[in-house]
Design a protein around this ligand. Structure first.
Ligand SMILES: *Cc1c(COP(=O)(O)O)cnc(C)c1O
Length: 359
């Protein structure tokens, strides 16, 4: 029998392939600005590392401990190697945390709107969702979050910067929340976009994992590192929780390809710095454009912008016909646009200008 909690679920709608969409719309070219991918690709070190490996060892199971990547990340973040849990993308870690830490009837507190997978996996486990709407800046309302905690609360999800609003919270604000909530409540801070933050020098709360055993910090190689296709994400947790998660996860969840690619990408922090700089420049241009056009948006510290515009679905359709795919379905009259290369951003802005004039 199908699990009761699964029967009524709305599935996560993944991106259609660009080739399928092009065919469907009869387009010559299509640029995806809907999935917050890195428009500049990935570090050239990745191609070299993959080529060097070739297919040697394709017949052997990969390293279940992901040792070389673990060593590199532990060193880079200044955390214990045993506090890292790697997943087949961060998606797997979100599922793993829900599967391990949630029981039917538990309450899970979430920002509204936020990344939809937190709710999906909470619902599969039979947990109850408690939504806290964002404030007028698109940021998580931490006061309301703390106030939403009850004896049934098992987990709080915080996405920082928040997808889809792009707003971010300071590490001090997050620590203040940690100090307020019971240690039995896990606070999961998804830092998928933390590298893009330029307002604060060290916005991550990863250092606090050593101090708070109920803190979980998540990272991915899919965004700034440009490795979405290779599926590598990880959690930084207390060593006690790490060993429990290691027991629950699949034994060979990362291929050697994925590990080699991520290790090479991680070794090229100059690439990351360059992308962060490029995105910040383009983000500013976008925000200036939106201000000039009087289009409502949330100030973003990520590699995307969330905009509120009349006739949003007509606009997204119009842009698609011009060869630009942006993200719909995250809120009525809201669209999320990934920051792309300068020429594409300029083109999309010009099309938006045209669309508004016609309107
Ligand atoms: C993209 C994204 C993820 C998923 O990352 P993968 O490693 O590609 O699975 C997780 N959290 C947020 C907030 C994201 O935007």
């Amino acid at each position: 029998m199908v699990k009761q909690t699964v029967k009524s679920l709305k599935p996560y709608v993944p991106e259609k392939t660009l080739s399928a969409l092009k065919k469907e719309r009869g387009l010559m070219k299509l640029v995806r600005l809907s999935a917050n991918e890195n428009a500049w690709g990935t570090s050239p070190k990745v191609a070299q590392a993959i080529m060097d490996w070739g297919v040697s060892g394709a017949n052997r199971y990969p390293d279940s401990d992901v040792s070389s990547l673990r060593t590199a990340v532990a060193k880079g973040l200044g955390v214990l190697p045993e506090s890292l849990v790697f997943g087949d993308g961060l998606d797997e870690i979100i599922e793993l945390l829900s599967r391990t830490l949630l029981s039917a009837g538990d309450e899970v507190i979430l920002t509204k709107p936020t990344f939809s997978e937190y709710a999906l996996h909470a619902e599969i486990e039979g947990a109850k969702l408690v939504d806290v709407p964002v404030d007028e800046q698109g940021a998580t309302d931490l006061k309301q979050m703390a106030a939403a905690v009850t004896p049934k609360t098992a987990m709080i999800w915080l996405c920082n910067p928040n997808n889809p609003t792009g707003a971010y919270l300071t590490s001090q604000a997050i620590e203040a929340l940690l100090a307020k909530i019971p240690t039995s409540v896990y606070l999961v801070v998804d830092e998928a976009y933390i590298d893009f933050v330029t307002e604060e020098a060290s916005p991550s709360v990863v250092d606090l994992v050593a101090k708070y055993s109920n803190l979980v910090v998540l990272r991915t190689f899919s965004k700034v590192y440009g490795l979405a296709n290779f599926r590598v994400g990880f959690a930084v947790v207390s060593t006690e929780l790490a060993s429990i998660l290691q027991t629950v996860r699949l034994p060979y969840n990362l291929s050697t390809f994925a590990e080699i690619a991520a290790t090479a990408a991680y070794s090229d922090q100059a690439f990351v710095k360059d992308i962060v700089k490029k995105v910040a420049v383009e983000r500013n241009k976008w925000q200036e454009f939106l201000t000039e056009m009087k289009i409502r948006f949330y100030p973003s510290q990520a590699n995307f912008l969330f905009i509120n515009i009349n006739n949003a679905s007509e606009l997204s359709d119009y842009l698609l016909n011009q060869g630009y795919l942006i993200r719909t379905g995250l809120g009525q009259n809201w669209l999320r646009i990934t920051i792309g290369k300068p020429s594409d951003n300029k083109a999309v802005q010009d099309f938006i200008r045209k669309f508004i004039k016609q309107d």
